[in-house]
Design a protein around this ligand. Structure first.
Ligand code: MCA
Ligand code: AMP
Length: 452
C-alpha cells in the first residue's frame, strides 16, 4: 500500500519531515514496525492516537496499516466530551508512540483490500460525530486516481501543514506521499511563511490557508516555482484564486471530496482550470445530479471504489446515506457543465453542516455542547459567511449570567478548539416553527449586516 516504504523510489535522510524533524523511509518503517508488533500482540480491534503534527503520528498510522489494525486519529485539542465519545464509540485504545523505538521486521500479516485502515470521525447535522470506516482498497484507489490527475510522482516534494486527523492532511497529505514516493514536508502549522520556506513542487491547502497566502505577497511569490497548487475541503473563493494567480503565476487546481467518499472530483495538472469549479470525476468515479425536473442544479450523487465501508456501528445511518438505487448522497448541491463535464459545487442542502477553515462542524453538536452549560436554556448555531474561514460559527443563545467568551471557552474545552463559536449572540427567544424546530433563517435575517 505504501510503496515508498519498500524502497521502490530510493531513500533519503529527509524523505519525511514533520514540524522540523526529518526521517528516512527506513527509520520510519522501523518505528512503524515497533508499533505493529505491539498492536499485533494486543489483539485490539482498533487503536487511537493523539494526532499531533509529528513523526509519532505518522509512525503510528503506518504501524496500524502494517498490523492490519484500524487507526482512529484523535484531534489533539479534543476536550473530554469529544475524546470520550470517539474512544467509547470506536472501542479503540489510545496508544503512545516512541519514535526512537524501532523493530527489524513486523509480524507477517495478510491484508484483504476491504479491511478497515482508518476510522475518521466526522460531524453530521445532528448528534455526535460518526466514525467513517475507510478500507485499504478505498484509500489506494483514491491515491492512485489523484496521482494520475495531478501527475503526482516520486519527483515531487509535497508541502502542507494540515491536521493529521482528517482525510486532507492524513490520507492525501501523508499516505499519498508514502504511496507516490514524493518527499513530504509537513510544516507543523499551515502558515504562509512556512509554505514559502519549504521549497516544494506540490502544495496542499484549505481555502483559508490559500487566502492567508494570498494576503502575504512575499510568501506567495515564493510559490511561483511550484508545479501545482491544490485547494480543497471547502470552496476556494474566486478572488483568492485570482490573487494567487497574480502573485504566483499559478492557477490553483481545486478538488472536491468528503470523508465518506474520499476525493472524487478534481481539476487536472496541465488541464484547463476555471475559478469556482472543481473539475471532473476521477478515474473510477461516476457522478450524477439529482435535479428536480427543469432544474440544472441538484444534489451531487456518486458511486465508485473510493467510497467508505459505512459508519461504524450505524447501519441505519449508512443506509440513509445512499439512494434506493445505490448512489451515495453527498448532500452537496452541484451543477455540471454540459460541454466538458466540469463540476461546480453550489452549496449544501442542509444549513446545519458548517464548513469553517475547512473543518466540517455540525450545528447540532455545538448546540448540544452549549445546552450542557448550566446558564444556557436555548441555543441555535449557524454558519455565517466569513472572508477568512469561509464560514464562521455563530451561536444564538438564551442564557443568563454568562458571557459570550465563557461560552466560547466552554465549547473549545469540551469539544475542540476549532469547533468554538467565533461569536455568541444573546437573544430573548429562538424563533421556532410549529414543530418546535429553530427557524435559523429568521435569526440570520435579523442579524446586523456585519454578521451576514
Ligand atoms: C483561540 N485559541 C483558543 C481559543 N481561542 N484556544 C482555546 N480556547 C479558545 N477559546 C487558540 C487555538 O488553540 C490556537 O492556538 C489559536 O488560538 C488559533 O486557533 P484558530 O483560530 O482556531 O486557528 P486558525 O488559525 O483560525 O486555523 C485556521 C486553519 C485551520 C489553520 C486553516 O482551520 C485548519 O487547520 N484547517 C484545516 C481543516 C482540514 O484539514 N479540513 C479537512 C477535512 P495555537 O496556534 O497555539 O494552536 S477533510 C475534507 O474536508 C475532505 C475530505 C476534503 O475535501 O479535503
Ligand atoms: P469533510 O467530510 O470534512 O471532508 O467535508 C466534506 C464537505 O466539504 C463536502 O461535503 C463539501 O461540502 C465540502 N467540500 C470539500 N471540497 C470542496 C470544494 N472543493 N468546494 C466546495 N466544497 C467542498
Amino acid at each position: 500500500m505504501l510503496t515508498a516504504l519498500t524502497g521502490a523510489h530510493g531513500d533519503r535522510a529527509d524523505a519525511v519531515t514533520v514540524a522540523g524533524r526529518a526521517t528516512s523511509y527506513e527509520e520510519l518503517l522501523g518505528a512503524a514496525r515497533a508499533v505493529a508488533v505491539d498492536l499485533d500482540r494486543s489483539g485490539l480491534p482498533a487503536f487511537a492516537v493523539t494526532a499531533t503534527a509529528s513523526l509519532e503520528t505518522v509512525a503510528a498510522v503506518v504501524g496500524g496499516l502494517l498490523a492490519g489494525v484500524p487507526c482512529v486519529p484523535l484531534p489533539p485539542d479534543a476536550g473530554p466530551a469529544e475524546r470520550g465519545h470517539i474512544l467509547a464509540d470506536s472501542r479503540a485504545r489510545l496508544i503512545e508512540t516512541d519514535f526512537a523505538r524501532r523493530a527489524p521486521a513486523g509480524p507477517a500479516v495478510t491484508h484483504a483490500p476491504g479491511d478497515p485502515a482508518l476510522i475518521l470521525y466526522t460531524s453530521g447535522t445532528t448528534g455526535p460525530p460518526k466514525g467513517v470506516v475507510l478500507s485499504r482498497a478505498a484509500i489506494t484507489a483514491d491515491l492512485d486516481a489523484l496521482a494520475e490527475a495531478w501527475q503526482w510522482s516520486a519527483e515531487d516534494t509535497l508541502v502542507h501543514g494540515l491536521p493529521l486527523f482528517h482525510v486532507h492532511g492524513l490520507v492525501l497529505g501523508v499516505l499519498g506521499a508514502l504511496r507516490t514516493g514524493s518527499r513530504l514536508v509537513h510544516t507543523g502549522r499551515p502558515t504562509p511563511e512556512a509554505y514559502a520556506a519549504a521549497g516544494g513542487s506540490l502544495y496542499f491547502g484549505v481555502p483559508t490557508v490559500w487566502s492567508r497566502i494570498a494576503s502575504a505577497p512575499a510568501s506567495a511569490a515564493a510559490l511561483s516555482g511550484a508545479r501545482l497548487l491544490v485547494s480543497g475541503s471547502a470552496a476556494l473563493p474566486a478572488p483568492v484564486f485570482r490573487d494567487l494567480e497574480r502573485l504566483t503565476g499559478q492557477r490553483p487546481v481545486e478538488r472536491y471530496g468528503m470523508t465518506e467518499t474520499l476525493i472524487t472530483v478534481s481539476g487536472r495538472a496541465g488541464g484547463e482550470v476555471r475559478p469556482g469549479t472543481v473539475g471532473t470525476p476521477l478515474t473510477g468515479i461516476t457522478t450524477r445530479i439529482a435535479a428536480e425536473p427543469g432544474a440544472d442544479i441538484g444534489e451531487l450523487q456518486l458511486t465508485g471504489p473510493t467510497l467508505f465501508s459505512g459508519y461504524l456501528g450505524r447501519p441505519e445511518a449508512t443506509a440513509a446515506a445512499y439512494t434506493e438505487d445505490g448512489w451515495f448522497r453527498t448532500g452537496d448541491i452541484a451543477a455540471v457543465d454540459d460541454r466538458d463535464g466540469v463540476h461546480r459545487i453550489v452549496g449544501r442542502a442542509s444549513t446545519d453542516l458548517i464548513k469553517s477553515g475547512g473543518y466540517r462542524i455540525g450545528a447540532g453538536e455545538i448546540e448540544n455542547a452549549l445546552l450542557d452549560h448550566p446558564a444556557v436554556s436555548e441555543a441555535a448555531v449557524v454558519g455565517v459567511p466569513d472572508t477568512d474561514l469561509g464560514q464562521r460559527i455563530v451561536a444564538f443563545v438564551v442564557a443568563q449570567n454568562v458571557t459570550g467568551s465563557e461560552l466560547t471557552d466552554f465549547v473549545a474545552a469540551h469539544l475542540s478548539v476549532h469547533k468554538r463559536p467565533r461569536e455568541v449572540r444573546f437573544v430573548t427567544a429562538i424563533p421556532r416553527n410549529a414543530m418546535g424546530k429553530p427557524q435559523k433563517r429568521l435569526l440570520l435575517d435579523d442579524a446586523p449586516p456585519h454578521l451576514t
